[in-house]
Design a protein around this ligand. Structure first.
Ligand code: ASP
Ligand code: MG
Length: 406
């Protein structure tokens, strides 16, 4: 019999009515002959509430106890869904991360899954019982609860699908698939039937919020077929698959943006060996991730300006580190700007087609949008622009790359 993993996000289990709706969907798959494992998130808003409780006790709380608190949201949903399945006449039981067990590296608040022992669960499933598994959590080497980072139940689902050798992992959410751009901004955005792992990985890490980035990495590494679909409408979603499965390849598959950026410029930094290490070393030690970097060579050959971007959440910390290190780095002045956004075009077709960057820059130039920084990879081009131009840039690029719905 084929094994299927179904994952339901917070909005899909946000009310008792919706949990009953999920039970009916699961029942349908069971009746179609699947052995089903269901991974659930906490009811929408619950995890935020639990995080907030921890911060109210103390902003500097013990991360092990944080995990003990925030993992409870998922425990509630597993029990409720199992009951709802019973009410539908379907055999089901709940599994917490430690019961499976889902073993993690124990890094509290951001743990990675190391292994999943599916022996007991698979036997139970083979005997006809639906496994209802708590997403977002596992157990560390210290035998304490550990959570996988916000949005982590996507990763739980994909990891479980890999461990069970499931034929597919269906991720039910509040959107009906992956779009060529954010439909709230681009009315002409289209739902994609299929997208490659690599494109999905870029889109997820460049700001599209459909799947947790790590879950896509995991799906790609283990070749898990993932479908993103809505739990509220009854139609196929977007399949995340291997490149070979996509017959008609677009040059660009999507345009995305991330407002989670901030820009820092150091003026008149000494242009000598070791200066980049003097800047980025202390930032790395403070846990600040640097993304785009631009260095200009100054005319006098002795000084340079250096611009880079970081996540907005690290902004204050980065400014603090650089101010403290000013003397040892030796820059003249620091400029900083939070009013920036990173806009990216993504597509595996870029590997075989030239001119994508040129078309992107031309399109932005025609709209008088100034580019502040650029980065590229094999399958994406990203630019940093003023945040006020976000919508204009995304819409124009969407048309320029022929993505608009007919
Ligand atoms: N409930 C967790 C969160 O809100 C995990 C998840 O939903 O994926 O981050
Ligand atoms: Mg989610």
């Amino acid at each position: 019999m084929a094994r299927l993993v179904m994952k339901f996000g917070g909005t899909s289990v946000g009310t008792i009515e919706r949990i009953k709706n999920v039970a009916r969907k699961v029942k349908r798959e069971v009746e179609a002959g699947n052995e089903v494992a269901v991974v659930v998130s906490a009811m929408s808003g619950e995890t935020n509430k639990l995080v907030d409780f921890c911060n109210q006790i103390s902003p500097l709380h013990d991360q092990r106890e944080y995990d003990a608190v925030v993992a409870t949201g998922e425990q509630v949903t597993t029990g409720l869904l199992a009951m709802a399945l019973h009410a539908e006449g379907v055999k089901a039981r709940s599994w917490q991360g430690w019961q499976v067990p889902i073993n993690t590296d124990g890094a509290h608040g951001k743990a990675r899954i190391m292994s999943i022992d599916t022996t007991a669960m698979a036997a139970d499933m083979a005997a006809g019982t639906v496994a209802v598994v708590a997403g977002f959590q596992g157990v560390g080497p210290n035998r304490r609860l550990s959570t996988l980072g916000r949005g982590g139940s996507d990763t739980s689902a994909v990891a479980l699908a890999a461990a069970l050798g499931a034929r597919q992992c269906d991720i039910y959410t509040d959107v009906d698939g992956v779009y060529t751009a954010d439909p709230r901004i681009v009315t002409a955005a289209r739902k994609l039937d299929k997208i490659t792992y690599e494109e999905m990985l870029e889109l997820a890490s460049l700001g599209a919020k459909v799947l947790q980035t790590r879950s896509v990495e995991m799906a790609m590494n283990h070749r898990v077929r993932v479908q993103v679909l809505s739990s509220l409408v009854d139609k196929p979603g977007t399949m995340v698959v291997d490149e070979e499965e996509i017959v008609e390849k677009q040059i660009v598959s999507g345009v995305t943006y991330s407002s989670d950026e901030a820009k820092i410029t150091l003026l008149r930094v000494a242009d000598r060996p070791g200066v980049a290490a003097a800047i980025f070393g202390p930032l790395a030690e403070a846990g600040v991730n640097v993304d785009m970097i631009i260095q200009n060579i100054a005319e006098d050959g002795r000084h340079t300006d250096l611009t880079f971007t970081i996540g907005r959440a690290d902004y204050e910390r980065a400014l603090d580190v650089l101010t403290r290190e000013k003397a040892s780095i030796g820059f003249e002045k620091m400029l900083h700007d939070k009013n920036v956004v990173k806009v990216s075009v993504v597509g595996v077709g870029m590997r075989s087609h030239t001119g994508v960057a040129r078309r992107m820059f031309q399109t932005l130039a025609e709209k008088n949008i100034n580019i502040q920084a650029i980065t590229t990879s094999e399958i994406k081009v990203s630019v940093l622009i003023g945040a006020d131009y976000t919508e204009l840039a995304v819409r124009s690029l969407h048309s320029a790359f022929d993505l608009d719905a007919a």
